[in-house]
Design a protein around this ligand. Structure first.
Ligand code: AMP
Ligand code: GLY
Length: 433
């Protein structure tokens, strides 16, 4: 049984910009006693103790938690959740006082298996694109099915594929090639042994976030993510190159539809399926002419959306976590600052392919009030160096979108290293809405 306390020791799992934003926010809470990040980065080291443990090594994580009196563990990414960290902690007697902010392994399948997530949506009447799934022995059937479908058509690997398992095919041949690569060519390994062939939805996409205790839920500000590497949404898919929050195309009526048509039926459904879901839920939604359709569920917060959303919150995160694990949340929209956040990701040369690493990073005073969240950074002999694809993100809050964008562009230019790249069009598409 989790014990309520005034202050908690907290461990964040991960080393990205999202985890840096969580560390920044949690470290400001008067209800956080000690904060640890495993493995963390040079940014998280400013607010927390970095510890050198892999996010998949549950035994070592558990040992660390026991040795250091950790009360709450927050996995940043889906990986430990899909691998079952929540069940691991729940089934070891000595760990029963430690709570994980995240669903159990079955709940994590909402993200870990697109086939499972589709089946749940179908069963509980949650609006989503029509889809059918096929395994390798059904490739003939899949090819015939593709020929009956209109274009473009979406092909998805069932399992986790690091954001690369979705192909939007413009021709039937392209679609058939994609399923052949996944089902027969083993392109995504086990993840692609089942594929979904899905109807293409036309609209504007947003990321919606709730934190639930399994019954009640709080809504965070929504965001728009910029997934492609190139300006004007061109080029390869990335983890996300920037984010704006809130967005002008999600009004109260639209959000009400998200709550009543998606979040509430899903939570009721998860309960009925016997799934223990206490944690963040990230819903990728297409706004199709004012109607919300689910594109995907993720069982964690978004990166870089978290870097835009958390600075807007006017709530103590640790108290929310306590309410999450003790089933004390009150369903509501969380209070937020009346500002707009613009996050711009700064990437290393080569990203989203193999990034160049080890370049010296220079930060100047021109960054001003903007927040800097590290991702792929490392400090070596006191020198800050690049150490990954997405290196950092800058977030600016301002009274309006143009000012937030201008400040973040200024801050992005005030950080330099050899080969630095960022998109200078983040938020620009929303200025005319
Ligand atoms: P996912 O990995 O499911 O987030 O898909 C990656 C991206 O592909 C999404 O963010 C969308 O931009 C796009 N996408 C996925 N499914 C669809 C769909 N049914 N219709 C249109 N675009 C989609
Ligand atoms: N920014 C999208 C994601 O975190 O999946």
């Amino acid at each position: 049984m989790f014990l309520k306390k005034n202050r908690y020791n907290i461990l964040i799992l991960g080393n990205g910009g999202r985890e840096n934003a969580f560390a920044w926010s949690i470290s400001q809470s008067t209800r956080c006693a000690a904060l640890f990040v495993a493995p963390g980065n040079a940014g998280t080291a400013q607010y927390a103790h970095n510890i050198n443990i892999s996010i998949s090594n549950f035994e070592e994580i558990a040992r660390f938690c026991l040795d250091n009196g950790v009360d709450l563990v927050l996995p940043g990414s889906e990986q430990p959740l899909v691998e079952g960290i929540t069940n691991y902690f729940a089934t070891h007697k000595e760990l029963e006082r430690i709570s994980i902010i995240g669903p159990d392994q079955l709940g994590a399948r909402l993200e870990g298996s697109k086939d499972f997530s589709k089946a749940i949506m179908r069963k509980y009447n949650i609006p989503t694109a029509e889809a059918r799934s096929f395994s390798a022995i059904e490739i003939e059937l899949a090819n015939n099915y593709i020929n009956t479908q209109s274009l473009p058509i979406v092909i998805k690997a069932d399992g986790l594929a690091a954001g690369k398992g979705v192909i939007i095919a413009q021709t039937h041949q392209e679609a058939q090639q994609a399923i052949e690569n996944m089902l027969l060519g083993n392109q995504f390994g086990e993840s692609g042994h089942t594929v979904l062939i899905e109807q293409f939805l036309t609209g504007i996409e947003l990321s919606y976030f709730v934190l639930t205790d399994g019954t009640n839920y709080v809504s965070l500000p929504e965001a728009k993510d910029y997934k492609r590497i190139g300006e004007g949404d061109t080029g390869l898919n990335t983890g996300g190159m920037g984010a704006i929050s809130p967005v002008p195309f999600a009004d109260q009526e639209f959000k009400h539809k998200i709550h009543t048509q998606i979040v509430e039926p899903l939570l009721a459904g998860l309960h009925q399926e016997g799934i223990n879901y206490k944690g963040f839920l990230f819903i990728g939604i297409m706004n199709c002419g004012g109607e919300p359709f689910v594109i995907e569920f993720n069982v964690r917060m978004g990166d870089p959306e978290t870097q835009a959303v958390l600075p807007l919150l006017d709530t103590d995160l640790v108290t929310l976590f306590e309410q999450t694990v003790t089933q004390g949340l009150e369903t509501r929209i969380l209070p937020v600052k009346k500002e707009v956040a613009c996050t711009i990701v700064l990437a290393a040369e080569g990203y989203p392919g193999e990034p160049k690493k080890g370049d010296d990073i220079h930060l100047s005073d021109e960054i001003g009030q903007s927040l800097v969240f590290h991702a792929g950074t490392i400090k070596q002999n006191g020198v800050l160096k690049t150490n990954g694809g997405r290196v950092m993100a800058v977030t600016s809050l301002a009274a309006n979108l143009p000012d937030a964008v201008a400040q973040s562009l200024h801050a992005a230019n005030a950080i330099t290293w050899d080969g630095k790249y960022f998109r200078s069009d983040i938020g620009k598409d929303l200025l005319s809405l």
